[in-house]
Ligand binder design. Sequence first.
Ligand SMILES: Cc1ncc(COP(=O)(O)O)c(C=O)c1O
Length: 388
Amino acid sequence: MPGYELMGVEERESLNEIFETSNGVLFPHGFDALRNGRFRVREFEKAFSDKFSCKHTQAVTSGTVAQLVAMVAMGIKQGDEVITQAHTFVATVESILAIGAVPVIVDVDDTYNIDPIALENAITSKTKLIVPVHMLGNPASMDKILEIGKKYRIPVLEDGCEALGATYKGQNVGTLGDVGVFSLDFAKTITTGEGGLVITNNSYYYKIAKEFHDHGHESNPDFPRGRDTRSIVGMNYRMSEMQGAVGMAQLKKLDFIISKNREHKSFLKSNMDKSKIAFRNITDVEGDLGDTLIFNFENASLANQFLELYIASGYGTKNIPDAIDWHFSGKWNHMFANVTSYRDTWKTQWSKTAELLARSIAIPIYVKTIKEELEKHLDVINSIMAKI
Ligand SMILES: Cc1ncc(COP(=O)(O)O)c(C=O)c1O
């Protein structure tokens, strides 16, 4: 599943190097006399752009902030409607609310990602952005989503926080829409502890993202940083050199992480008893990140029976259902109770998503699991299936 499993000597050496070769300079800019020419956050951004074949990468402090910075760059303002999905992490909607925009949350389909029909039905003249989320490693239905975006001339911001490294029809998620964002928090495919990335091929969006995340600094080469020019009001969402250093080491492990995810998931998926379940609809089987195995039963009662026995056998689920309160908008009355600008009636919406999630189970797939453990896990799943 996540990069934290492989946190090791490479990350430690990369961190030590900051002290050995750059006098412990942790700030991503300036201090030229001390740092001996090394800018680790910039190196990480460049390496990420190269790996993901995108023009620009802006590192920031979290995935939540990455979405905020991306929306500022894309010109999203107070009162604009932003469409996203009912099954996502709370952060997707928090960022929309932080900007003063209006979240319009629609149901997911059997991909557990935004339902393109529900998305199109929700579009109004106020819709200024579509935010599909590639939940739990499965790319959203990007062909249809991009077609809708094009039809109504609405840009698409991909929330790839839970799918860093997944591909859709051969292309990395995050590079299909106008802008993509990733999280590098401690539970993600690769991690810098906390951290986020904004990626885009649009040079104007990149320019604003870069300036906004750094107090408006234009990084004008004609001036020292203290005299730098500025034209927009910014904030401080800068990543530190420590995160950049760890990010470099983790990025080198990405291909290994993904290949192990896929191998382990495929072992369970192909050998498990399928008589009582349906698997999540994977939009691109080759491109699925493979870090989560999701299946659903005919009804919630069967899912609960499975869950009870699965937990009793010493296993746990990932998000569905163990952290569902943070991943389904139907649970976020704390967020919507006082939001008058919210367009839908939050108490009655998303019945389709609620019904699907209530009869679903998400199993985490780990990178370091050995063959014997996988076989034991499979036996546990199959013996539970036989009992319910
Ligand atoms: C779908 C989704 N969006 C956004 C985020 C926010 O990322 P971060 O934890 O780095 O702020 C997460 C993190 O869990 C996420 O899963």
